[in-house]
Design a protein around this ligand. Structure first.
Ligand code: HPA
Ligand code: ZN
Length: 323
């Protein structure tokens, strides 16, 4: 099986409908009737509605044990598909909305990573994220929490949420704290639901990677800038179709980005919401984008080269890819 690596995965968005139902039962919580469709999958209509459904489902992740289970189950499933490395975006704001402290959510995720690694050998790191539509002040608070609670598995800081309504530079201070005071590597969602101007602004933050970034394809000068800088795009093809950034795989710019010399990786984003997995994204890249085995292997290599890990761990992972 081809070794795979994933850099862009929202942990709260990795909980399957089945796990969400189990956690709700664990806490005696009633879930909104319209959370699921007739087949029992998450039901949502457009990007902003997706974010709302995601918030509602995340409220069942209430304890450190719950975060452990979400993390462990996701990483085990990835390892079964050949993943050797996964970066998890955690959201202290979602934990807080469910009544859990920063330390509680971190303890649970760390336990899940350690349990999955002991069983399968999968390696993982945590990117603490803020939610842009909660505003710049909250972003600063999350960055300060990350600075106050350093942990060897927390290696990144990032930001998700409503990109179109909340442009990147509102969050310059949060990213400065995360990068300079907490010493974290950074990524940010940009060029997903907003256009090239959002990616240009994101490049003024201390980031080495862009979440999605696919709409950079609309600006040749931006493509040159990304290629020159070596900025890595965390591309999530099936997510982009599901949220209607593009109508179908044929319209998706993955190949054109590669041809422009931009570094790209494959990612699942929020797998159960978009009916995908990391293994499925590699399949899609082969079947719909014509990538051969060497190109898929290069995707994993690019991800490992851009991973937010210490150099000995990076060397170990690359050796595993090459073995
Ligand atoms: N995009 C932006 N914000 C998010 C996402 C996403 O796919 N998932 C969770 N928060
Ligand atoms: Zn995302």
């Amino acid at each position: 099986m081809l070794p795979k690596a994933e850099l862009h995965l929202h942990l709260e968005g990795a909980a399957s409908p089945d796990l969400v139902r189990r956690l709700a039962a664990r806490h005696g919580m009633a879930l909104p009737a319209d959370l699921f469709d007739a087949r029992g999958e998450f039901a949502w209509t457009n990007f902003l509605h997706f974010l709302k459904v995601y918030d509602a489902a995340s409220t069942v992740i209430r304890t450190d044990g719950d975060y452990r289970d979400v993390t462990y189950e996701y990483l085990k499933a990835c390892a079964a598909e050949g993943a050797i490395y996964v970066e998890l975006m955690s959201s202290p704001d979602h934990a807080a909305a469910a009544g859990l402290s920063y330390q509680g959510h971190l303890d649970g995720i760390v336990q899940g990573i350690e349990d999955a690694r002991a069983e399968t050998g999968i390696e993982s790191r945590i990117i603490v994220t803020c939610v842009r539509h909660l505003g710049a002040e909250r972003g600063v608070e999350v960055a300060k929490l990350a600075a106050k609670h350093p942990h060897p598995l927390v290696t990144g800081f990032g930001m998700g949420g409503d990109e179109a309504g909340f442009p990147p530079l509102l969050f310059a201070q949060a990213f400065r704290i995360a990068h300079e005071e907490a010493g974290l590597a950074c990524n940010v969602h940009a060029g997903e639901t907003a256009g090239p101007e959002s990616v240009w602004a994101a490049l003024r933050l201390p980031v080495t990677r862009i979440g999605h970034g696919v709409r950079s394809i609309e600006d040749p000068a931006l493509l040159r800038e990304l290629a020159d800088r070596g900025t890595v795009l965390e591309v999530c093809p099936t997510s982009n179709i599901a949220t209607k950034v593009y109508p179908d795989y044929r319209a998706h710019p993955l190949r054109k980005l590669m041809e422009a010399g931009v570094k790209v990786t494959l990612n699942s984003d929020d797998p159960p919401y978009f009916a995908t997995t990391i293994g499925h994204e590699y399949d899609v890249a082969e079947r719909h984008f014509g990538l051969d085995e060497a190109a898929l292997r290069q995707m994993t290599r690019t991800a490992l080269q851009a991973a937010f890990v210490d150099e000995p761990t990076r060397a170990r992972l690359i050796a595993r890819l090459d073995s």
